[in-house]
Design a protein around this ligand. Structure first.
Ligand SMILES: [Zn+2]
Length: 206
């Protein structure tokens, strides 16, 4: 069970997470979790480039280690990156010290002040440690691309119906979502570009 749109009340109850960027300007923040992998990430980068759109990639450390060339391409094309742990750990099932070590292992490869916990799951203790060092980024709109019961068209509509200025939108560059994302991404880029929106990466330094 999950919500496509994170309700304002939830966002205000957990102010230590970044849910959206406070702006009135027509800017959207696409985020791609779990890559980089050769089967998906290059196509995502191609689509973004076609619309001159920037995004943020929350990378799994072991994928960065396996595919450093794709990671470099992400950076060289002007996107930003964030830490998504080294092994895609679930915070609720991992001891705090092990979790923090895994984040640090990823940090050797992904130099960023942005962190997104896999599954959005962190214990209060893990959060307390990580927020000293990172901006912990959750989301305003969850596309549902990972959900087998949501087809590509519904996934697209989830985004079109719920995104607005400053929204942080979650998509994935992993094998499970590849097909959907290849349909959804160009469609949403076209839709919002035609309506005057632009796409930016979340600032990863400073
Ligand atoms: Zn993930």
């Amino acid at each position: 069970m999950y919500l496509v749109k994170t309700p304002e009340i939830v966002q205000s109850l957990w102010p230590h997470f970044l849910w959206r960027v406070p702006t009135q300007e027509p800017i959207l923040y696409l985020t791609f979790d779990d890559g980089p992998i050769p089967q998906v990430t290059p196509q995502v980068l191609n689509a973004l480039r076609e619309f001159d759109a920037k995004a943020t990639f929350f990378c799994v450390g072991e994928n960065v280690r396996r595919h450093p060339d794709i990671y470099q391409r992400i950076l060289s094309e002007g996107h930003t990156t964030g830490n998504h742990t080294y092994n895609h750990l679930n915070g609720w099932k991992t001891k705090t010290l092990d979790y923090l070590k895994n984040v640090r292992r990823c940090a050797h490869l992904v130099r960023s002040r942005l962190f997104r916990p896999p599954y959005g799951r962190l214990s209060p203790c893990q959060r307390a440690f990580l927020e000293r060092q990172y901006t912990i980024v959750l989301w305003d709109v969850l596309s549902g691309d990972f959900d087998q019961n949501v087809n590509a068209q519904q996934c697209l509509e989830n985004i079109l119906n719920n995104a607005s200025s400053g929204s942080i939108i979650v998509l994935h560059d992993n094998l499970k979502t590849a097909e959907k994302v290849q349909f959804v991404l160009p469609e949403l880029l076209r839709y919002f570009t035609q309506r005057g929106y632009r796409f930016e990466g979340l600032p990863a330094v400073g």
